[in-house]
Write a protein that binds this ligand. Structure first.
Ligand code: HEC
Length: 292
């Protein structure tokens, strides 16, 4: 293939091949690095969100609930005593400032149907149940939008059972609100759900593609500039001198002995031109002898 090409074309093709491989390398490595970046950024965000939510709940169970029980006795006030209620409500408030964050107290057997696990969450809960992992994090999609999720298991403890055992045992106000069909039957030690945080990675992913496009454009421009410079150099220092030599050799072969091989370089082509000049002198001498 290269044999039938002129030098400029050959260099162009070689550079084009190098360009294609470089682009594959740049895009591949760039994609890997930027995706890792996205994962790290999303993980940091969800981690912070989840931890601050957990802190809220700890505050409630440590400082509010014990006092509350003494203060209100048999009254039902879930906003100050039920973790799921408090977390869902604070997450909603936070959502007004950060709509890209979602918190869900998810259960396959919920009191509140809004908390019903999706198939994705059920798989995570099953993983917790089998002891495959203690915390889960990874990418997922909701309605075609990309999210990063971090989840921790929710385990039923002794203090949970009186509300989640049977409708008969639970507070009547709670049963009136949530019904009797779902959310009961918890056993101590069961994994009953997951506290899961989603953060939209749409913006981060879009930024990743923008960065990748910018990187590719910079590499392409650099290659284009290199191509133009190399082409200019080859044209001036190789192609043009060779064309001159060819033209002069043609003239001399047609008897124009006053022409000489002059090139404007100081390299191998100059040596070639000098050798041709010496050959022309020898040729002239030989012809002079022959004429005599
Ligand atoms: C005072 C009663 C009460 C206690 C005690 C209680 N819960 Fe709940 N739990 C509720 C109510 C009410 C909801 C529904 C919240 C909502 O509307 O989102 C709920 C919701 C949940 C949910 C979300 C799924 C669903 O059922 O809607 C999980 C998971 C859960 N609780 C687990 C626990 C665990 C684990 C404990 C013990 C640490 C516990 N609960 C203690 C009343 C209680």
């Amino acid at each position: 293939m290269f044999k039938n090409m002129n030098i400029r074309k050959r260099v162009f093709v070689i550079l084009a091949i190098v360009y294609i491989f470089s682009m594959i390398g740049v895009v591949g490595a760039g994609y890997y690095l930027l995706t890792e970046d996205t994962r790290r950024e999303a993980a940091e965000k969800t981690e912070l969100f989840l931890r601050s939510m957990n802190a809220n709940q700890k505050y409630m169970s440590q400082y509010v609930r014990p006092e509350l029980n003494e203060l209100i006795g048999d009254e039902y006030f879930p906003e100050a005593s039920v973790g799921a209620v408090m977390l869902a409500k604070t997450a909603k408030i936070l959502n007004t400032a950060y709509p890209e964050y979602l918190l869900k107290i998810s259960s396959p057997n919920p009191l509140n149907p809004d908390n019903q696990s999706t198939p994705f969450e059920e798989k995570i809960i099953a993983g917790f149940d089998k002891g495959e992992y203690e915390e889960y994090s990874g990418f997922t999609e909701i309605n075609g939008e990309s999210f990063y999720a971090s989840a921790i298991p929710i385990e039923a403890r002794k203090g949970c059972i009186w509300c989640h055992d049977t409708p008969e045992a639970a507070h009547p106000d709670m049963v009136a609100e949530y019904g009797t069909t779902s959310g009961y039957g918890y056993k101590e030690g069961d994994i009953v759900g997951t506290r899961i945080v989603y953060v939209s990675t749409q913006k981060i992913v879009e930024l990743t593609w923008k960065k990748l496009a910018f990187l590719s454009a910079v590499v392409s421009v650099l290659f284009l500039v290199a191509l133009i410079i190399i082409d200019l150099i080859i044209n001036r220092s190789v192609v043009k001198p060779i064309e001159t030599i060819v033209e002069v050799a043609g003239d001399i072969s047609r008897g124009k002995m006053d022409r000489s091989f002059d090139v404007d370089t100081n390299d191998e082509i100059k040596s070639l031109a000098d050798a041709f000049n010496r050959m022309k002198v020898s040729l002239q001498k030989a012809m002079d002898i022959l004429r005599k």
